[in-house]
Design a protein around this ligand. Structure first.
Ligand code: SIN
Length: 299
């Protein structure tokens, strides 16, 4: 007998806390929240500290009607910590840490940037901690972003499975992604900057269960796009574990989904989440700008 799949329950705690500088309205039971009553450039140092605490709690935050300039975006993101060097994209002129993610209305591509479940650049030895994203222009529908709560997913594994995972190291590499992108585009593997490509292919080994440096919360460090193996295991041994963990983590109960409006800003904590942007808005222009904050070595 197999047990039928039942929806997780009993450990959903996305309720808002009280903050002095803004209010917070949860988006879904699993994660995500809207921050109301503040414009990001006006946040005091105390407000910034509260925003970080709210981000660690809800894992994804968003604010409406911000309409930030590149300079305002860059300045806000710099208050989250030093910028990361992005593995894929380049900044806009004059703002090298504000990176465009733009899909034109007439562009049709099977391999959209960020189109599969992933956490940002986990193949790096020190993957980014926080990502911010703002919309300047977007489709009337579609072009959402989805996130999943990898800490909640970890807590919803049996104790036996949790104990088995602690101590394992996951190999994160861009090899499968590079090969898939090249195949979809009908091109040879090639990714601009040779040293970035080499680092991406080689990848890094990280704890499969990581501990958040600010909150102590344990979280699965898993990724559909970049997890390619587990240290000490054959690929035949590792693949079913990775596949199970990805499917477990992306089940609807653990997710939230944001419908963008121009002027919105979202931010998420890569240390406890995966995300993706569905490739579903052909015929409409989507203009986004992103920053990434440096993270330490996952522990
Ligand atoms: C990303 O993966 O960082 C981009 C997600 C999106 O464009 O919605």
């Amino acid at each position: 007998m197999w047990e039928v799949r039942v929806t997780p329950c009993g450990d959903f705690d996305n309720h808002p806390r009280e903050y002095k500088n803004f209010t917070v309205e949860p988006l879904a039971a699993a994660m995500g929240a809207e921050v109301v009553g503040v414009r990001l450039p006006d946040l005091s140092d105390e407000g910034m500290e509260e925003l970080k605490q709210a981000l660690y709690r809800h894992k994804m935050l968003y604010l409406r009607d911000q309409h930030l300039s590149h300079a305002e975006h860059e300045h806000f993101a710099s208050r989250l910590g030093p910028f990361a060097v992005d593995a894929y994209t380049q900044g806009v002129p004059g703002h090298r840490d504000v990176h465009p993610i733009i899909k034109e209305a007439d562009e049709v591509t099977p391999s959209l940037f960020g189109g599969g479940w992933h956490t940002d650049s986990p193949f790096l030895p020190e993957p980014p901690s926080i990502t911010t994203l703002r919309q300047v222009e977007g489709p009337p529908y579609g072009g959402d972003t989805c996130w999943t709560n990898c800490a909640l997913a970890f807590r919803h594994l049996s104790k036996t499975y949790q104990d088995m995972l602690r101590g394992l190291r996951v190999h994160m590499s861009a090899a499968n992604n590079f090969a898939t992108q090249a195949k979809l585009r009908g091109e040879a593997i090639g990714f601009g900057d040779a040293s970035k490509q080499e680092q991406g292919l080689k990848g890094s080994f990280h704890p499969l269960v990581r501990t958040h440096p600010e909150t102590g919360e344990e979280s699965l460090f898993i990724c559909d796009t970049y997890a390619v193996g587990i240290a000490g295991m054959t690929t035949h041994e590792a693949h079913p574990i990775i596949e199970f963990l990805v499917q477990h983590t992306v089940q609807h109960a653990f997710t939230c989904r944001l419908r963008w409006k121009p002027g919105m800003v979202a931010m998420w904590d890569n240390r406890g989440t995966m995300h993706l942007g569905p490739n579903d808005y052909d015929g409409f222009r989507r203009e986004m700008y992103r920053t990434t904050t440096a993270g330490g070595v996952p522990a």
